[in-house]
Ligand binder design. Structure first.
Ligand SMILES: Cc1cc2nc3c(=O)[nH]c(=O)nc-3n(C[C@H](O)[C@H](O)[C@H](O)COP(=O)(O)O)c2cc1C
Length: 182
């Protein structure tokens, strides 16, 4: 799409996935809980594919978000850039990566000391007597990869006197943008 706002969106998302200091490195992921309660949490965007608009993050397969996604794979992701006053809201489908080869590829990108985050012996979210009570396995059984495939993206740029709000929707023939009242 030859739209400068769309190009900016793609460029900032790519920068977020590559630059650890970029605000779009982090996103807030919302899933719908079993009691219809939205649950929010921060995730690190590990990869952004500008062709597919695919957003990838890592997690522990025992986490609540995985349970939620199994029940309802419609999710939202929110990114905010305070320097640009730019908010991006993604709505899409979360898909768990199942290919062992692809999982191995992502796992190999995780430095050894960081792998511990997916290796707790106890299930994430279970009660313990103190942080020092967490034990770790030496296996990567719970490392998992989730891709979010957006079907709608909302761009909001606060810039007085004219804020800019654009809704991008995925159609059969590609993405279409329309301006909205901010
Ligand atoms: C800065 C930061 C980055 C995080 N990145 C991730 C991440 O990439 N993947 C993940 O599963 N959890 C990440 N977390 C932890 C989640 O926010 C959340 O607490 C945890 O995954 C449990 O969420 P759940 O029980 O809703 O599944 C991060 C937390 C912080 C503070």
């Amino acid at each position: 799409m030859n739209d400068p706002n769309w190009q900016e969106l793609l460029a900032e998302m790519q920068a977020g996935a590559q630059d650890v200091t970029h605000p779009f490195r982090y996103a807030t992921l919302a899933t719908l809980g079993l009691e219809q309660l939205p649950r929010l949490r921060t995730i690190v965007i590990r990869e952004f594919d500008p062709e597919e608009l695919r957003i990838t993050f890592y997690t522990d397969s025992r986490s609540k978000k995985i349970l939620h996604i199994k029940e309802n794979n419609k999710v939202s992701l929110l990114c905010f850039h305070p320097g640009l006053m730019l908010q991006l809201r993604f709505e899409g489908l979360a898909v768990r990566e199942r290919s062992e080869d692809v999982l191995a590829h992502y796992r190999d990108l995780v430095p050894e000391p960081t792998r511990i985050e997916y290796r707790s012996a106890q299930t994430p979210g279970s009660v313990i007597d103190g942080p020092e009570r967490v034990e770790y396995l030496d296996r990567d059984d719970y490392f998992s990869v989730i891709h979010v495939l957006p079907f709608k993206i909302e761009y909001l740029r606060l810039n007085r006197p004219r804020h800019k709000r654009i809704r991008y929707s995925k159609r059969q023939d590609g993405w279409k943008g329309e301006f909205l009242v901010p």
